[in-house]
Design a protein around this ligand. Structure first.
Ligand code: COA
Ligand code: ZN
Length: 316
């Protein structure tokens, strides 16, 4: 059998970053943004070159009050070539996302029994069946569907996740019609050797074109893990502006990998993201202003110092 196309081997330098700050970032933040504020942030992110967004979740407004405005927000986001998607936990969420005019959704299946219970109040088999039903419906409707396999490295309740289980769930979602699998280190507990093995196996079995990586930076490992997934062949990454993020139902989950940190590392290493790091820094500043909190990735202080330095040079 011919092995699947592997961008790492074929030298493909283009990387797509999916901005998840408006969903993963805001779902857990103590401040609830208005739709106008979300649109301001979206506009700043678009200006920085982002063309793929997970905008919100069509979940229970009681479970995630910060995203209760999902339909109204989506209605106000301009329609252009940008890929707009939303997380849906069940068929009800899928129908709501469709009614809001979205052509792309993401289902979320945790790799462990307990996290499914805590997150969407379903057993693992029930969650797998529900996600598969959404994948099948989406495929039939011509809607792009991503399946997250959450807690792909570790679960806050059950500890380290077996890679074989992640692979089985990913295979089941692809079989049901998912176009893309996002392997998500939901609580940022993965380590390089684990991620190398997991992504190596996933690329070999499913092909890099069907995979995305979603890392949280809880233990300052997210950039390293991204590099490892990149070397395995993955060219699609999630990130959140300013490193916002965390799952309210997964204790210990902290911010996502910051978009500006990832974009900077990739650009420096000769990969093409289509993003402006200046624009991302500006968007992070917008997020901080709107949320009234200091946000920002690891390069923020250094970047600001560079700019002050350059500003001082141009004055003298
Ligand atoms: N969108 C909006 N409301 C929904 C919904 C959806 N997709 N699915 C169910 N609901 C509503 C029901 O109508 C019901 O409303 P009511 O209390 O006003 O009658 C309520 O939510 C509970 O419905 P039920 O079917 O009993 O669901 P549940 O209580 O078992 O909760 C979820 C299941 C999935 C709806 C809920 O756990 C949830 O939204 N979780 C959020 C998960 C999440 O966002 N995690 C972070 C990202 S991974
Ligand atoms: Zn996440």
């Amino acid at each position: 059998m011919t092995p699947p196309h592997n961008p790492a081997v074929d030298g493909d330098r283009r990387v797509v970053i999916n901005e998840v700050g408006l969903r993963d970032g805001l779902q857990n933040f103590p401040v609830i943004l208005s739709i106008d504020a979300k649109l301001d942030l979206y506009t700043a992110l678009r200006r920085a070159g982002l063309r793929r967004f997970e905008l919100t979740s069509f979940v229970s407004p009681k479970a995630v009050p910060a995203l209760a405005d999902a339909a109204d927000f989506v209605a106000r986001v301009p329609r252009d070539e940008t890929l707009l998607t939303a997380l849906v936990p069940n068929r009800r969420g899928y129908e709501r996302a469709r009614a809001a005019g979205l052509r792309s959704v993401a289902v979320v299946l945790a790799a462990t029994e307990t996290l499914n219970q805590k997150n969407i109040r379903m057993s693992l088999p029930a969650a797998a069946a529900e996600c598969a039903a959404v994948c099948r419906a989406a495929k039939e409707d011509g809607v792009h569907v991503r399946a997250y396999v959450a807690a792909a490295c570790a679960c806050p309740y059950e500890g380290i996740t077996e890679g074989t289980r992640v692979m089985e769930l990913a295979a089941a979602m692809l079989e049901a019609g998912a176009h893309e699998i996002a392997l998500a280190d939901t609580i940022g507990a993965g380590h390089p050797a684990q991620v190398e093995a997991l992504f190596g196996a996933a690329v070999a079995q499913f092909g890099a074109a069907r995979l995305a990586a979603h890392f949280h930076d809880t233990r300052a490992m997210a950039l390293t893990l991204s590099w490892i997934a990149l070397k395995a062949g993955v060219r699609r990454f999630d990130a959140s502006i300013g490193g916002l993020g965390g799952c309210p139902f997964a204790p210990g989950a902290s911010g996502n990998l910051a978009t500006e940190d990832l974009a900077f590392m990739l650009e420096q290493s000769g990969f093409e993201t289509g993003l402006s790091v200046d624009g991302l820094m500006a968007a992070a500043a917008v997020a901080g202003r709107l949320l009234g909190a200091p946000v920002g990735g690891k390069i923020g202080p250094w970047y600001a110092a560079q700019q002050r330095h350059e500003g001082a040079r141009s004055v003298h």
